[in-house]
Design a protein around this ligand. Structure first.
Ligand code: ATP
Ligand code: MG
Length: 593
């Protein structure tokens, strides 16, 4: 068994994996040729046997940044290609002239690469733009006209809508439906030559106005749009409809498995109808691609519509596409999610045909599982209050600092130690002191003993408060001979262990505590207005202190702050002398008592 086959058996099975596996085993696509680049039947036939047993594609429209839903599609398509020795094409579905921008093209390529995939194989860069196929699409349209499979319809849009019928009523044939191929061809060429204004006519496939599948009631395949295209400029004033363009893009690229979300299930009969006609006409290679559908990812507390995400950005609700609260790939990255955690998440949630919502906790679970064995540990105090060891001068000596250390990672001794100083003044969490302890509270309150992690045991004696009653200093006495790691240190039993940093060597840090952006688990389902469901506490910024080992931390570096969770040095704002950390997520078993 090859190592890639070994790897396969550890992957959870899903129906798409089985389909691809089966096609690889049965050599379903072995007879195909590959012309070295996308092209028609003749182009591919002139090339050698296709070296790739299967070809998949990821085909975003460059009209926004990719989000976690796209990540599922990326992991699925690139992952299947990788696992079965195939190739996944990176294709921009840029057939719509108005909405696309270079910024989005660059952002999308970055996101896919960052997630861990690429589109190079056998020395070829499989990066394609659907707009490069306009010429072939036009030829395909003329072919349909010539074979009596398409006609130019000049009904008004209202008439067309009225004559389409509905689920219970069959549609009515257009009065233009019986034009001859010659008439249609002449009229279509006038459309192409700019002789007709936008909306004056459309080219429609001639299928069946009475079909129970409304998508087969003579769907429009070309429309007039006098608009400049970012790639083809003003060469065209007619543009293919998505449902016509997409199957052709797949066919020209020799795609074998064209995987899309379930909304397109009703389009599959047209996908097959169109490619059947083009294959019969000898225009595309055979066997032709097939479409398969899976359920899109719905993640709780998250919206995954590019249009709505763009609105959050444009209206200033978030700071940009890469705001750490955004479910975009750039947002997740800045928040501190790793490519491995997103891949793991996608693998675990699997692929099905059932509509469902995935709990956001799964993403955090995957992040913890990825980071727990990797992330360096550190102590940080997020909401600091000063702790004064009142007997320090007597028991340790005035001005003395005591060296303490801890493992960088508890399971990786080879990664060494972090060093920090215990002294008379320390920073602790404000919540680690209570004047009157609630039931079960084991941390600092007058008369109670706790251990300062990696340091000494102390006994709390009280606190100093300001005029408003706010605690400004907590006081305690150090109990001698209790230093962690020294003989007899455990002679005194304590129930509470708290984290701290030394006033003498702690480094100030801004800590951004992110929480979910919405208060509702399904913020845009069932016609809900997601803008009324924003979480007012989705970001809290605190000025805390971190242990000195973090002074040299680099943007993007991830840590487990003991007791607090996983944090990342912000990739935009973190710099030496001005540390900024984002909370990715808390620790699974949150610190209690
Ligand atoms: P939006 O509606 O937000 O614009 P889209 O589906 O139109 O998203 P595309 O750029 O067309 O965005 O999507 C590229 C690919 O990503 C498609 O193959 C699509 O099926 C897939 N995809 C998009 N959203 C999801 C999702 N939530 N779950 C799984 N796959 C998705
Ligand atoms: Mg789309």
């Amino acid at each position: 068994m090859s190592s890639s086959a070994d790897k396969d058996t550890t992957k959870p099975a899903n129906f798409l994996r089985q389909i691809v596996e089966n096609d690889v085993e049965k050599h379903t696509y072995a007879a195909r040729h590959w012309g070295g680049s996308p092209g028609d039947a003749a182009h591919h036939q002139a090339g050698p046997a296709d070296p790739s047993p299967v070809r998949l594609r990821f085909p975003p429209e460059p009209n926004g940044y990719l989000h976690v839903g796209h990540a599922k599609s990326i992991c699925l398509n690139f992952g299947l290609a990788r696992d079965f020795g195939g190739i996944c094409h990176m294709r921009f579905d840029d057939t719509n002239p108005e909405k696309e921008e270079q910024e989005y093209v660059d952002g999308i390529l970055d996101a896919v690469r960052w997630l861990g995939f690429d589109w190079q194989a056998n020395g070829t860069d499989h990066l394609y733009y659907a707009s490069n196929y306009f010429g072939f699409m036009y030829r395909a349209a003329e072919h349909l006209i010539e074979t009596g499979n398409a006609y130019v319809d000049e009904q008004t849009p209202e008439e067309m809508r009225a004559n389409r019928g509905d689920f219970t009523t069959p549609g009515k044939n257009s009065p233009f439906r019986d034009r001859t191929p010659a008439e249609n061809l002449a009229r279509f060429r006038e459309m192409k030559d700019g002789k007709l204004p936008d909306g004056a006519a459309v080219l429609r496939a001639k299928i069946d106005m009475a079909s129970p599948n409304i998508n087969l009631r003579d769907p429009a395949i070309y429309r007039i749009k006098h608009a400049e295209h970012h790639n083809t400029g003003n060469t065209w004033c007619i543009y293919p409809m998505y449902t016509f363009a997409h199957p052709i893009e797949d066919a020209l690229e020799n795609i074998t498995h064209s995987i899309c979300t379930l909304e397109f299930e009703d389009q599959r009969p047209f996908y097959d109808w169109l490619l059947d006609r083009l294959r019969e006409g000898g225009l595309i290679s055979s066997p032709q691609p097939r479409q398969y559908e899976f359920a899109r990812l719905n993640l709780t507390y998250v919206i995954t519509s590019k249009r709505k995400l763009k609105h959050l950005v444009d209206s200033g609700i978030v700071t940009g596409w890469d705001d750490p609260r955004m479910p975009t790939i750039v947002g997740l990255r800045r928040r501190g999610y790793t490519p491995e955690s997103i891949q793991l998440f996608c693998e675990r949630i699997g692929v099905t045909k059932d509509y469902s919502w995935i709990d956001y906790a799964n993403l955090d679970g995957a992040l913890r599982d990825d980071l727990d064995p990797k992330a360096a540990r550190a102590m940080a105090v997020l909401d600091p209050v000063k702790l004064v060891i009142t007997n320090w001068d007597e028991v340790m000596g005035a001005g003395k600092l005591d060296d303490c250390s801890a493992s960088v990672h508890p399971h990786h001794a080879e990664r060494g130690k972090r060093e920090f100083k215990f002294g008379k003044e320390l920073w602790i969490e404000r919540t680690d002191y209570e004047e009157v302890p609630p039931k079960g509270y084991n941390r600092l309150y007058p008369g109670n003993k706790v251990r300062l992690k990696y340091g000494h045991v102390i006994e709390c004696t009280g606190a100093v408060k300001d005029a408003e009653g706010k605690v400004t200093e907590v006081h305690a006495n150090l109990i001698p001979d209790t230093k962690s790691g020294t003989p007899g240190a455990d002679a005194i039993k304590v129930k509470g262990v708290i984290t701290w940093v030394g006033v003498s060597d702690a480094v100030p840090a801004e800590v951004r505590l992110y929480d979910r952006l919405f208060t509702d688990a399904q913020p845009d389902a069932g016609g809900k207005d997601y803008l009324t469901l924003l979480n007012p506490d989705s970001l809290k910024v605190t000025n805390g202190y971190v242990e000195p080992s973090l002074a040299k931390s680099q943007p993007d570096e991830k840590f487990q702050f003991e007791r607090h969770g996983y944090f990342v040095a912000d990739r935009k704002d973190h710099q030496p002398g001005k540390l900024v950390f984002n909370r990715v997520t808390g620790l699974k078993d949150s610190w209690t008592k």
